[in-house]
Write a protein that binds this ligand. Structure first.
Ligand SMILES: *Cc1c(COP(=O)(O)O)cnc(C)c1O
Length: 434
């Protein structure tokens, strides 16, 4: 294996001053073991670590980097904005432009509130749903990730009842008690929850394509069914499109599946690598937020001009003719190559590859994976072996089986072929050792 001496030294230093050496837990390699490479720079689909090792990147910053790293036009836009000042706490034209772009892109959005992260967008969406309906409870899917607000750090309680319990110390039981858990892709469970708590459900939040239990696609009619359920019960349907927005298509999952949520949350790609989130919906609904309405929400750095510039430059690139078509082609090719590699290694009946456009997950389980229970049946040892073999071969994957990996427009044919070759070798190791 190539040297990772500098990353090791950096990790030792980091562990002294950063909790676990990181600023977000999945980066710590807890699920796979070993030393995370400290990234020095990225260009296109290539990352370079502190020791000078190169990797083909499939983490994509956990979603935002659909154009690849250090994209020329995005860098130029950021540089231009920096020279005009970093933050004003006053309205700027760039916020109007990004809001216009979002409203134009997303079928269910007329007006938005811009924030600085996906977590913040979700917090705002939940408060809006509760403020508008005057109800407290939120329905959430098991394994759905919506950032780290208290009400979302909840797992299913024991027994038949679907009431949530805190999944992290520090989350008050009260915050968790208003979250009702249902399995993903289970329309009748969602219907039962709505019946059981009739008149108390403010809304249901769902990743229209799940990406944070690994990629899990919605079954036929699931999203439409949720739309009808919410309508029948006077509840808000919240699509958390922080990952899927501008990823599945320019108009997100709501465009692909033709289902209009009441409230949409966005982030990741919207900021082009800078901290941006958004919550949007019909203008009449959004007008419940301050300063027009009584539902309070604010942010010192919201609509930050540098972040706006990065987002605007990114969205402009995504509108190029054929952008999503060529990304789809490359993604289909990579997925097929990975499945062929699994077959060649004799693992065809031990893996399940879920893909929605350029986001995918290779589960080490026969599948099908349609919910969190099926996802967590995947073999962690097989994944750790696969992950480290890929890393050694210069392919940088998310260090957990329950993450999506992403293709960007910067991945070349050569990158894809090298990745498939590496996977062939890695799966051979998995077949031999686990
Ligand atoms: C990443 C993500 C979030 C959280 O966004 P942050 O910017 O990390 O706070 C919320 N929801 C979904 C679906 C996500 O993928």
């Amino acid at each position: 294996m190539a040297s990772n001496r500098k990353s090791e030294t950096l990790l030792t230093k980091a562990n002294r001053v950063l909790v676990g050496g990181v600023n977000s837990p999945v980066r710590a390699f807890a699920a796979v073991g070993g030393v995370p490479p400290f990234i020095a720079k990225g260009k296109g689909a290539t990352l370079t670590d502190a020791d000078g090792n190169h990797y083909i990147d499939y983490v994509g910053g956990y979603g935002p980097m659909i154009l690849g790293h250090a994209h020329e036009r995005v860098m130029t836009a950021i540089t231009k904005a920096v020279h005009k000042g970093a933050s004003f706490g006053a309205p700027t034209e760039s916020e109007v432009k990004l809001a216009e772009a979002v409203a134009e892109a997303m079928p269910a959005i007329e007006a938005v509130r811009l924030v600085s992260s996906g977590t913040e967008a979700v917090m705002t969406a939940l408060r809006l749903a509760r403020g508008v309906t005057g109800r407290a409870k939120i329905v959430k899917t098991v394994g759905g990730y919506h950032g780290h607000a208290d009400a979302m750090l909840v797992s299913a309680g024991s027994g038949a009842l679907t009431l949530g319990v805190p999944s992290s110390p520090g989350v008050p039981a009260g915050a968790a008690a208003d979250t009702v858990l249902v399995p993903y892709n289970d329309l009748s469970a969602a219907a039962a929850a709505m019946e059981q708590f009739a008149g108390q459900i403010a809304g249901m939040i769902v990743e229209p394509v799940a990406g944070n239990m690994g990629v899990v696609l919605p079954g036929e009619g699931y999203l439409q069914g949720l739309r009808e359920l919410c309508d029948a019960h006077g509840a808000m349907l919240i699509f958390d499109e922080v990952m899927t927005g501008f990823r599945l298509a320019y108009g997100g999952a709501q465009q692909v599946y033709g289902v209009r949520p009441d409230i949409t949350t966005l982030g990741k790609i919207l900021g082009g690598g800078m901290p941006v989130g958004a919550v949007g919906g019909r203008r009449t609904l959004m007008n419940h937020l301050a300063p027009v309405g009584p539902v309070y929400q604010a942010g010192t750095l919201s609509g930050n001009p540098i972040a706006m510039a990065a987002g605007l430059a990114t969205l402009a690139e995504l509108q190029a003719e054929g952008f999503y078509e060529s990304l789809e082609q490359a993604s289909a090719q990579l997925a097929q190559g990975l499945l062929d590699a699994a077959r060649a290694a004799g693992l065809a009946d031990r893996v399940c590859l879920n893909r929605a456009a350029s986001m995918m997950t290779l589960f080490f389980t026969p599948g099908p994976v349609r919910d969190h229970a099926a996802a967590t049946a995947a073999d962690p040892a097989a994944f750790a072996t696969y992950f480290h073999a890929m890393l050694d071969a210069g392919v940088y994957l998310p260090p957990s089986q329950y993450e999506a990996f992403f293709l960007s427009a910067a991945h070349t044919q050569d990158d894809i072929h090298r990745t498939i070759d590496a996977a062939q070798h890695a799966m051979g190791l998995v077949a031999k050792t686990t």
